[in-house]
Every structure is written in structure tokens, then in C-alpha cells.
Design a protein around this ligand. Sequence first.
Ligand SMILES: *Cc1c(COP(=O)(O)O)cnc(C)c1O
Length: 403
Amino acid sequence: MTDATPPAEQAAAHFATRLTHISRAGKHSHGFVNPPVSRGSTVLYPDMAGRAEAGKHRLEQHLIYGVMGGPTQWALEDMVAEIEGGTHCQLVCSGLAAVTTPLLAYLKAGDHMLMPDSVYGPGRNFATGHLARNGIETTFYDPCIDAAGLEKLFRPNTAVLYTESPGSHTFEVQDVPALAEVAHAHGAKVLMDNTWGIHFFQPFTKGVDCSIQALTKYVGGHSDVLLGGVTVASEEDWEIVRGTALALGQFAAPDDCWLALRGGRSLQVRLAAQEKAGIAVAEWLRARPEVKEVLHPALPGAPGHDLWKRDFSGACSLFGVVFRPEFPREAVWRFAEALELFGIGASWGGFESLVLPTGGFVTRTAGSGDFGGELVRLHVGLEAVEDIVADLEHGLAVLRAAG
Ligand SMILES: *Cc1c(COP(=O)(O)O)cnc(C)c1O
């Protein structure tokens, strides 16, 4: 590590050390390594002057009233801001709330938003439902659009460019720096759902103004907590995001924050192990005759690989598999049901492997997402790779028999 080492690389290099030492216990821990869980609604003040003074610190980590956060939330906020490379993090009750809260913060009636066709489904529904009803119009764009193409979609009232890279279910990698440049030239803010790219994509060095994390995924890491984080890197953006979160009564429970903090301590080793296992399983699947294509940006030659290589320092263990067109949806469902180590279910980022056939469940309106075969999303957990491969081998035999 020298002075010439790029900042992103320096930041990545000591990630494990930073995760184990940030947000440790303060002076009230009586020597325990970890901060205690601080639960509470009412905060008592010695006098009215103290109470009046506290109200001026709503944008800070300052004990005012429980819903505005306390020491356990602050510990996790600091950890998430550190992971994302931002200055402030607002915790919210779920990953979906981390999508909707900044949309409500940055958009008002009469505004227009650009959203990628591959956006997380409930985010799309929020735009076409709640936001549309409240006078905010959304144009869905091809996630692989280039700067020139995006330029044509901007209107005088476009206030937000929303990005998610790689995209949900289909893993398109976006040219975020180039798209952000166009957005900023038009005075629009750039929001990004960076859940897949946790740690591996540093949003604020790539033109993003507000980064969204479903902490439910790898930070929680154990499939037992729902939580979201909205991180920014400027005071201007913090006022916008924090103000709206307070207005909405957004809150993350201290016990959940404590679980996420606990998950975060081992984030680096889990990500490293799952990245390696995910790539090994993806390579194995790519060589199989039943498989048309594997949508894993870290595989050389896979869609989006060049942009991934330029902008990401690694990959998580969530990817897509496209089966050859001779295998119908029913056969793919039998494949998923035949797997024993992979549970059928939503979410990801936990310690366990998951499978989710997505054909028929994904909405696209800008022409993206058709890969000419049935699509399955796999999350590779912490099981041994040889056991995962043996399970998939059995599943593929069932697929062939059913196809
Ligand atoms: C899961 C997910 C969310 C939502 O997180 P929840 O905590 O389940 O609400 C948001 N964005 C992406 C990309 C996700 O995968």
C-alpha cells in the first residue's frame, strides 16, 4: 500500500480490519467488546433548556426521541456509511423502505424519473402505483442504455435517474459513471440500489448521490432480519434524505440493528467465500449442456463483464441461469423442487443456498430481459461447493427427465 495506490483499492484492502473495529463499544459498555442494545422511546432531559437544545440536532446522531435513533442505530449507521464510502446513513425498516424513502425524498408532484427496466420489482410497483398516483411520472429505460441513449430520455422535469446494477433477476451491468454524468448535466440526482454490489461497488466514486442497501441481504447475512440503509455523501443530500425519513417516521428497531451489526462483523469473510463458491458453481453450470447462458457478470464473456471488471472489485454470489429453450417452465419448476440444498424462496445474502425460477414473475416494459429460455436465480450459500454441485447435478437429471 503506497501513496500511489488508488483510494478505492486502499479502502478495499483493509475492509476486514475496518469491519472488525468500527462501531465498537463506548464508555458505557463496562469492558464488553460490543455495544449494548439500547431500547427506548422517551428520552429524559434535566430541564427545558436541554430539551429545546436537543431539537436542533435532528440531523445529527443525537439522542432526542427513540424514533430518531439511538446508540445502537448509530453504531450500524457508521458501519454502513463506512462500507458504502459515504458520510451519513439513514436506517429504515426494510430494503424496500430504503428504495421508497429516497424516492419520496427526491421527487415531488410534477417531476419525472428514469428507472431501469431491471429494477427490483416492488420498486417498479411503487413508481407505477404510489408515485404515479401522486403526479410523478416514470419512464423505464433499457438498463444497458448508453449515455447518448439516456440523453434523449431526459425532460426538463426529470429530477431522478434511478439505477440498479446488476439488475434484479437479469444482472445487466449499467455504465453508472457515464449515466450519472448525463444526469448531473441535467441537474438530476442519481439514486442507486447497490445491494448486489455491497462493498464491491463504491457508489460515491462513480457519480451516485444516494445509495440504497437492503441490509437484509449480506450485511444481516443470516436470513433473520429485515433492514435497509440509505447512504449519502454530502450535507445537502443528508438534509433531503434525513428530513423525509423523519417526516415518515422511518425507524429501524435496535434489536434488528444489533443483529445487522453482528452480521457485518463477518461480512468480508462471508463475501469472499461466497464470491469464490458462486463463481465456481456458475462456471460449472456454464459448461452444462442444459444451460444456454449464465448471467454472472464476473464470468469472462458473460453479459456486462467488461463494465463489471472496470467498476467492481468483486462479486457476490447471486446470479442467473438461462436454460436451453427446449426446457419448458414446468420442467424448470421440477428442477427447483428436486434440489435439496437450495430452498425455494425470495431474498438472498444469507448463509444458505436459494433457488428461484423467475419466468412469468418478472415485469419488463422497455424490451429488456429476454434471454431465449427459462430463467432461474441462484444464491450460493456457505455449503461446500462439491455438495452444491452434486445437488445441481441431481436437479439437472430431473430437469432432463421432465423436459
Ligand atoms: C431484497 C431487495 C430489496 C428489498 O429488501 P427487503 O429488505 O427484502 O425489503 C431491495 N433491492 C434489492 C436489489 C433486493 O434484492
